[in-house]
Every structure is written in C-alpha cells, then in structure tokens.
Design a protein around this ligand. Structure first.
Ligand SMILES: [Zn+2]
Length: 446
C-alpha cells in the first residue's frame, strides 16, 4: 500500500520539529518514506510513477499518531453501571466494590467486546498505540488472545499484559497466561502486537508471585508493567509487610529498569523518585484517573526535573490523549499554584516521552515523528488556525485549540483505519448493539 498525504500542515515533531505548510507525506508499506512540501513530494511520486492512494489534507494538521502508555480496555462495560450500596469512600473501596467484582465476572465475549469499543475510540481520537493492562479473574487463560483479536480487528498497535495478582489462584493462572502469550509472540515478530509481564500492584502480590513474575520477564526479555503508589495504602502495606517502601521493594526484587513501567507514583517520596532515575524506570502519569479516584497528584514536574522518563496514560478513563495532556497541564498548575509551570512538560510527556517509552518496552520500531524511516502512524486533525501557527507556538495551538479539534483520518502501520471521520471496514453500530446486550447481562450478574 502506498499513500500520499498532501496539502496539509505537517507537524513533524521529533528533533527537527518542523512545521511544513502545504506539506506532504509519502508512505510505503508500514513506514514513512518521504516528507516535504506538496510540490516536492507529489512531483517525486509522479516521477516514480508510484500508484498510490492520495489523501487531501487541506485544512488539516498532519501529525504523528498519539500513544497511550497505560490503558485498561477491560473497564468498558462498567460505563453507566449502578454500583449497589453507599458510594465507595476511598481507593481501596473503589477496587473492592467496583473493579474487583467486575473483573471477576467478565467472560470471554465480554473481554473481546470490552476491548473493541475503546479501540474504536482510540481510532476516533487519534490514539494509534496503546500499552494495555488487563484483568479478568474468572477468564484468565486465553484472555490476552481476545484483546489481541480485537486490536487486530480495529488495527491499533498494542502492547498487552495481564495484571497478575494473588487475589485469584495465588497468581498461578496469571503467570500461566502471561507465559502462554509471551511464548506465542516469540516466533511471530509482529510489528502490531507485543507483550509485557503485568502485575496488579505491590499490595496484591506476595514475594513468591513477584519473584516468579520477574523470572518470566527475564526469560522473555520484557519489562514489568505494574501500578505503584497509586494510593497511600500501597505504601503502608509495603512498609508493614516488608519494612520498605514500594519502589525499594521493587528495586530489591529486580522489577525496575528501562523496560519496566510503574503506573501512577502519586505517593512516591524523593528517594523513590531518585531510584526511578537511577534505574531508568519509566513512570506513567494518569491525572484524570487520579482525580476521579481522589488519590492525589503525582509530582511529575519534580520527577521530570530529576530526569525520570514520565509518560502519560488514561488508566482506562478514556482513549483521548490530547484531553489527558491538557488535564496534566491544568492539574500541575493548580497543584503548584504557579501559572508558569507545565506548559512544556505536559506536551513533552505525551509527544516525546510516550514514544520513547514504547521504544524501550516494545520491539515495534520508531514512533512519534513524521520523518523518513519512522512507522507510518499518522493522524489528520481538522484545524484552521485562527492565529499564526509555527514551530515556536505549536504547543499553544495544541493545548488551546487542537485539543478540542476533530480527528478526521487515522493511519496505523500504513493502513487507513478512519478517513473523513468514517471508520474503514468496521461496523461500529453492530459492535455497540452487541456490547449493550453484553453489558446488560453483565450488570445483572454484578
Ligand atoms: Zn491502571
């Protein structure tokens, strides 16, 4: 497949960070081959007699697809569900009264449809790669295949894992499913799917499970994807049981490193942040979820200053990375009571750090930039800038304009998944009819 995107405002990002007015991008297979002005690139294509699909990007910003470094596809069917009893009054109660009972009753079909819906929302919001963290206690063996099937059907690039915990089967089945899935990836070399070893959190895994998970990660040369210090309860549990804080426990056991992802880090102290820096461990910030669970704010400004690689995820709250980025920007200013902060940092987490994290934890290849040799994950957003737009003020347009603009076209791995706001080859209505049916049944079992 050859695609020529022409006449758009191309925002390359990356080191060069150029904005090309009346720009064009030429894609061959799953990679970007040429980037330049429409005049240059269109002429080259014609000279090479390259028969290709032409996408007119007039009135649109053409930029790299966005990345979500922490998602929970399985959370979909909880949308709109009534939870019996008094509202949960803290984080642990939210887990005990909503997420744990929910993941205990998800069946095979629920998991598949739970995944299809947010994956479609990824396409609609220009999110082209996700790192997902799955849990389904009653249906673990084979669950990652359901996610992979859905991701393939929709076309989103995904790194999958199962959050192993002692809540069910002392982690045995979770370890088994992780090994089954990781071993299946070894011979496939897919550029669209990869895996990690997932753990729920420090407070739900004992040392035995933790050690086995680390062994597994070593065996398949992948990292660990685990929630960390989301609530103070996680730290308190670790101090009580092991006499050390969560990050110290993880360091001592061998969880940390450039291939691993710690999620949240709301309650980390200075020393734990320093350990993340020393071990080059990735941290993923999820501000909307943290606000929703009322667990506090992770001081990502401090972590970034220390040199920790901090990315941005949604924790299953949504698949919209631009709104998550703006939330990260707003809450940082509010928390610090300083209107000078986060203007650079919030976009950096999304546009620079998320591609770096994916580069470290998956074998996918180069993402996050429109340059020759990068994977062809590209989005087109309807945007007629009301003020001059250039390299120096792009972030202003991003935070105050593009964040609310509509994604028109989404391309992943050189394949068009949505064009003119219409999904290609996906019957969204049929999928949502089925998903509502399954949700109704699930709610009656809850
Ligand atoms: Zn999460």
């Amino acid at each position: 497949m050859k695609i020529l995107i022409e006449k758009g405002t191309v925002v390359t990002l990356g080191k060069e960070n150029k904005i090309i007015k009346d720009g064009a991008v030429y894609i061959e297979g799953n990679a970007i081959k040429e980037v330049g002005t429409t005049t240059e690139i269109s002429a080259k294509c014609k000279m090479q007699n390259a028969k290709c699909k032409i996408i007119d990007a007039k009135g649109k910003v053409v930029m790299p697809g966005l990345i979500n470094t922490h998602h929970h596809l399985y959370s979909t069917l909880a949308r709109g569900m009534a939870i019996p009893g008094e509202p949960a009054k803290n984080f642990v109660e939210i887990l005990e009264r909503l997420w744990w009972p929910l993941d205990k009753i998800l069946n095979k079909e629920d998991i598949y449809y739970s995944a299809l819906i947010p994956l479609i929302e990824c396409v609609r919001n220009g999110t082209t790669t996700i790192i997902d963290h799955h849990e389904s206690q009653a249906y673990q063996l084979g669950s990652l295949d359901e996610l992979e099937k859905a991701a393939k059907e929709i076309g989103i690039r995904s790194c999958l894992c199962l959050g192993i915990s002692d809540r069910y089967n002392k982690g045995k089945e979770g370890l088994e499913e992780s090994e089954r899935f990781l071993s299946s990836l070894v011979t496939r070399h897919s550029s669209l799917v990869s895996g990690m070893v997932g753990l729920h959190a420090s407070f739900t895994v004992n040392d035995d499970t933790l050690e086995k998970a680390i062994e597994l990660a070593k065996k398949y040369d992948v990292g660990i994807h685990v929630h960390c210090a989301e609530d103070e309860a996680d730290e308190e549990d670790s101090i009580k049981k092991y006499g050390k804080r969560v990050v110290e426990r993880f360091r001592d056991k061998g969880v940390l490193g450039a291939k691993s992802i710690l999620v949240h880090g709301v309650h980390l102290d200075e020393e734990e942040m320093d350990i993340l820096k020393e071990t080059a461990t990735n941290l993923v910030h999820n501000p909307e979820s943290n606000m929703n669970n009322a667990v506090g704010w992770a001081d990502v400004l401090k972590m970034l200053k220390k040199g920790v690689l901090v990315g941005l995820g949604t924790d299953g709250m949504s698949s919209d990375m631009l709104s998550q980025m703006r939330c990260a920007y707003l809450i940082a200013r509010n928390e610090k009571k300083d209107p000078r902060v986060a203007f650079m940092e919030a976009p950096k987490m999304l546009l620079e750090n998320n591609p770096r994290i994916v580069g470290q934890v998956t074998p996918f290849g180069k993402l996050g930039e429109i340059s020759a040799g990068f994977l062809a994950d590209i989005i087109l957003i309807d945007y007629l800038p009301p003020t001059p737009l250039n390299e120096n003020n792009f972030l202003g347009h991003l935070i105050f304009g593009l964040v609310d603009a509509i994604v028109d076209t989404t391309i992943v791995n050189g394949k068009v998944l949505m064009e003119n706001k219409k999904l290609v080859g996906i019957d969204e209505e049929k999928i949502t009819v089925k998903s509502r049916e399954l949700a109704q049944k699930l709610w009656s079992r809850f």
